[in-house]
Design a protein around this ligand. Structure first.
Ligand SMILES: O=C(CO)[C@@H](O)[C@H](O)[C@H](O)[C@H](O)COP(=O)(O)O
Ligand SMILES: [Zn+2]
Length: 635
C-alpha cells in the first residue's frame, strides 16, 4: 500500500495490508499437516483468520527448499512469500540470525515492487530483527510477538541454552523499537517489564486453539466404570523441562491411575531417547512401570483423540512461555492439573477448569490428581467449564480480533510519534541507496569482463576502429553519454575517438521508422556504419526490445563484436550478444544507474590502456577548453 493511500485512509476502519514475518516457522507446514511447532500453527491460524476478516496478509518466511515457489496462496487473502536469505535448505533455527539482514533487504525490495504494507508483525526474535529494519526503511509501524523469550530460556536452561549469544540484547532492543509488543500471557508481560518495556506499549494476545479439531468425545458414555484405572495423559516434547517425571513420581501416590505420555521421537526410536529412558527408569524405581505407557510422536488427530479419552490431563513443566496443551485439553472438555507457571497461570482457571500446583512439586501434584479422581463429578464439571472458557477466550477468531485491535492501536501510536513524516524523496533516497549498493556489489564478479572490454576498446580505437552504441529511452541517453565520453574526453586529455550513438541520429531514426519500421532503426545503421572487428554496445534494461535484438543480429552477421548491458539475466539480448553484463537490480531505474557506473568504469579502463599505448600529446591539431577556464591548451 502506498504512503499516499496510507495518509488518506482512516486509522480505525478498512482492511489492512499486513506483513507477518515468521523466519523459521512457515505456516505452510501447519496447513500441510507436516510436523509443525507452535509458531507455525499460530502464524497459520492468525493469518487465515485475518484474511477472513478482509485484510491482505503476506507471510514472509525463509526459503528453506530451492524447489519452493516464491509465492503461495495459502488461504483466502493470505499469501506466503518465501524469502531467499541464506542457503535454500533447512537449517537449525539457532543458525539463522546472520541471514536476517539479507532477509530484511529482500523483503524491503519486494515491498517496493508489490506494495509497502501498513504494518509489519514479527514472530520470534530473529523475525523481529528483519521486520524492524524493513519497517524503519519503509516508515511503517512494527509489532512483535516473541512466543518465547531468551531471558526465560537462559534462566531455566543455563548452559544447555543453545541460543546465539546476542539474543538477550536484541530482544531488549526490539522491546524498545516496536510500536507494540504482544505478550501471550501476564507472566510474559512481567518478563518484558524486566527487559525495560513500557507497559503502555504491551498488549496481551494469547494463543488460540481449534475447538473443532479438539473436542470432547461424541459418545462420552457413562464415564469410568468402578475399578477401571484413572487415565492420565501428558502430551508434549520429550524434554526434561516438560516435567513429566513429576507425574511419574506422583503415580506412586495414586495407585488407581495409569499415565500415557505422548510426544517425542517416533515410537520406533523412542528407546534411544534419553528422556524416555530416564522416565522408564524412574517408573521402575517408583514401582509404577506397569502403569506407564510412552507412545512416542502422535499426529494432531491422534493427540486430540488421546486428550479426549483422558480422565485428567497433566501438564507440569518447570516453565512454559505459553503452553498449548492445557488449551487443547480444555477444548476436549478435560480437567487439567498444571504447573503454576507462565501461560498456564492464565489459561487454567484454578479450581474451575483445573488445578494449579507449584512446579516440580510431586506431593502437590499427587494431591491434585487424587482430588479429581476421588470426585469425578468435580472433574466433569471442570471439563465442561474448560471447554466453555476456551471457546470464550482462546478461539482463533478472538485472537485475530485482539490482534487487529492491537494493529489499529500501533498505527495510531506510530502516527502520533512520527507526526512529520519526511517527504517521499528522503524515503526514496534511503531505499535507493540500498538497492544501488546491492546491485553494484553483485557486479563485482563482472569486473574482469569490464577490464577486458576496456583493453579491447583501447586497442580497437587506437587502431582506427569504431564503436557504435544504442538503446531505447533512458538507455538511449546512456548510449549517447558513453559515445560523448569517447568523441570528447573522459577524465584526461587524449585524441578524439570514433564512436557513434545510433539512437541520437534523429533524421536517420525517423526515416528508418517511417520507411522500414521500428525494429530496423538500429540494424540499418549498424549495416551503414559497422565494419568487421568494430564493437556494438547495446543497452537494454529488459533485454527484450526487438530493435536492439535486431541490431545485435545484424552486427554479428557483418562480423562486429556485440557487448550488451542489460537488466537481470537471463534475457534474449544477453543470449545474442558475444558478451553481456546483466545487472540484478530490482527496478529499471536502478539498472540504468548501474549501467552508467559501468560505462564510466569502461571509459576509465579504456583511457588507461589508450594512454599507455599512445603516450605523449596528441598529434591532431585542436584546442580544448578546461571545464573552468578558457585557457587554451597547446597540443
Ligand atoms: O528510462 C526509462 C525508465 O527509467 C524509460 O525511458 C525506458 O528506458 C524505456 O521505457 C525503454 O523503452 C525501455 O527499453 P529497454 O531498456 O527494456 O530496452
Ligand atoms: Zn530512466
Amino acid at each position: 500500500m502506498s504512503a499516499d493511500r496510507r495518509d488518506s485512509k482512516p486509522m480505525d476502519t478498512g482492511p489492512l495490508d499486513i506483513a507477518l514475518v515468521s523466519e523459521h516457522a512457515s505456516p505452510l507446514a501447519a496447513l500441510g499437516g507436516v510436523d509443525a511447532g507452535g509458531q507455525n500453527v499460530f502464524v497459520a491460524a492468525l493469518a487465515a483468520q485475518l484474511g477472513r476478516r478482509g485484510h491482505r496478509i503476506r507471510v514472509y518466511t525463509r526459503l528453506d527448499d530451492a524447489a519452493l515457489p516464491e509465492q503461495v496462496e495459502a488461504a483466502p487473502g493470505v499469501t506466503v512469500v518465501h524469502v531467499p536469505a541464506g542457503p535454500a535448505e533447512q537449517l537449525p533455527k539457532d543458525e539463522l540470525a546472520p541471514y536476517m539482514d539479507e532477509f530484511a533487504r529482500w523483503m524491503s525490495a519486494q515491498w517496493r515492487r508489490e506494495g509497502v504494507p501498513d504494518l509489519v508483525h514479527a514472530h520470534f526474535w530473529m523475525s523481529g530483527m528483519a521486520a524492524t529494519a524493513a519497517a524503519e526503511a519503509a516508515r511503517i509501524p512494527a509489532v512483535q510477538t516473541f512466543h518465547a523469550l531468551g531471558s526465560v530460556k537462559r534462566r531455566h536452561q543455563g548452559l544447555a541454552d543453545t541460543s546465539p549469544s546476542g539474543r538477550l540484547g536484541i530482544e531488549a532492543r526490539l522491546v524498545e523499537q516496536n510500536e507494540l509488543v504482544l505478550a501471550t500471557c501476564r507472566d510474559e508481560v512481567d518478563e518484558l517489564m524486566g527487559l525495560g518495556a513500557d507497559p503502555d506499549r504491551v498488549r496481551i494476545v494469547p494463543c488460540g486453539v481449534d475447538a473443532g479439531a479438539f473436542a470432547p468425545p461424541v459418545d462420552a458414555g457413562p464415564g469410568r466404570a468402578a475399578g477401571e484405572p484413572v487415565h492420565l495423559v501428558a502430551l508434549g516434547r520429550m524434554v526434561e523441562r516438560k516435567g513429566v517425571d513429576v507425574v511419574v513420581r506422583a503415580l506412586a501416590q495414586v495407585p488407581e491411575a495409569h499415565l500415557t505420555v505422548a510426544g517425542g521421537p517416533d515410537r520406533a526410536v523412542l528407546g534411544e531417547d534419553p528422556e524416555a529412558r530416564r522416565l522408564l527408569a524412574l517408573a521402575e524405581e517408583y514401582g509404577v512401570a506397569n502403569r506407564l505407557t510412552l507412545t512416542g510422536r502422535v499426529g494432531r488427530d491422534e493427540a486430540a483423540g488421546l486428550l479426549a479419552s483422558a480422565d485428567i490431563v497433566t501438564c507440569t513443566p518447570w516453565y512454559e512461555p505459553f503452553g498449548i496443551v492445557p488449551l487443547e485439553a480444555m477444548a476436549c472438555g478435560r480437567p487439567v492439573v498444571g504447573s503454576a507457571v507462565g501461560g498456564l497461570l492464565d489459561s487454567i482457571d484454578d479450581g474451575t477448569t483445573g488445578l494449579l500446583v507449584p512446579p516440580r512439586d510431586v506431593d502437590a501434584t499427587a494431591t491434585a490428581i487424587r482430588r479429581l479422581t476421588e470426585d469425578p463429578e468435580l472433574a466433569a464439571c471442570m471439563g465442561r467449564a474448560g471447554r466453555e472458557r476456551v471457546q470464550r477466550l482462546f478461539s482463533w477468531e478472538r485472537v485475530a480480533e485482539l490482534t487487529e485491535e492491537a494493529y489499529r492501536e500501533a498505527q495510531s501510536g506510530y502516527a502520533q510519534s512520527h507526526p512529520s513524516r519526511p517527504g517521499a524523496t528522503r524515503r526514496l533516497l534511503a531505499e535507493h541507496r540500498e538497492d544501488l549498493d546491492q546491485a553494484l556489489t553483485a557486479l563485482e564478479d563482472d569486473a574482469d569482463v569490464l577490464d577486458r572490454w576496456g583493453r579491447r576498446l583501447s586497442e580497437l580505437l587506437g587502431g582506427g576502429g569504431r564503436v557504435l552504441a544504442a538503446g531505447n529511452g533512458g538507455s538511449a541517453a546512456e548510449a549517447q553519454h558513453f559515445t560523448a565520453e569517447l568523441v570528447g574526453r573522459f577524465q584526461g586529455e587524449r585524441r578524439p575517438l570514433a564512436a557513434v550513438c545510433l539512437s541520437a541520429e534523429t533524421s536517420s531514426l525517423t526515416a528508418i521508422v517511417n520507411d522500414y519500421g521500428a525494429d530496423e532503426v538500429f540494424a540499418r545503421q549498424v549495416q551503414a556504419h559497422g565494419r568487421a572487428g568494430d564493437v556494438l554496445v547495446l543497452l537494454s534494461t529488459s533485454g527484450t526490445s526487438p530493435n536492439v535484438l535486431e541490431a545485435a543480429r545484424r552486427a554479428r552477421q557483418i562480423g562486429m563484436r556485440v557487448w550488451a548491458l542489460t537488466g537481470p539475466g537471463p534475457n534474449p539480448l544477453a543470449e545474442l550478444a558475444d558478451e553481456a553484463v546483466c545487472v540484478p537490480g530490482p527496478s529499471t531505474s536502478v539498472v540504468q544507474e548501474a549501467h552508467l557506473v559501468l560505462l564510466h568504469a569502461l571509459c576509465a579502463v579504456m583511457d588507461e590502456g589508450f594512454n599507455r599505448c599512445q603516450p605523449g600529446p596528441d598529434t591532431v591539431p585542436g584546442t580544448h577548453r578546461t571545464n573552468r577556464t578558457n585557457r587554451e591548451d597547446t597540443p
